[in-house]
Design a protein around this ligand. Structure first.
Ligand SMILES: [Zn+2]
Length: 99
């Protein structure tokens, strides 16, 4: 149990060290995985049980992706959430994001 906690703390630390650009790329990877899963589920829709499982995984993954971007897509300087702003500079404090 203790080991698991340490691993979780380490993972959190690594996630917090990500630049907003990294967070966005990871989010896109998650979204891509969701799309692939849904496409795959559509292709194999004859195997109803597996298809349902895949859709549930896709749903959970997109939920996880949303939580991920809400929690970690922040300005490393002022900590404000960056929302849909895609620029290189924080719209709140004006500092460069990927530093
Ligand atoms: Zn800022």
């Amino acid at each position: 149990m203790k080991l698991l906690k340490e691993k979780a703390a380490k993972a959190m630390k690594a996630l917090k060290a990500l630049t907003p650009e990294d967070v966005k790329s990871l989010y896109l990877v998650i979204l891509f995985a969701v799309i692939v899963l849904i496409a795959f589920a559509a292709i194999i829709h004859r195997l109803a049980v597996l298809c349902e499982t895949l859709l549930i995984i896709a749903l959970l993954l997109s939920l996880a992706g949303t939580i991920f971007i809400v929690v970690f897509y922040r300005c490393p300087h002022c900590g404000k959430h960056l929302g849909r702003s895609g620029g290189k500079y924080c719209p709140y404090c004006g500092k460069e994001l990927n530093k």
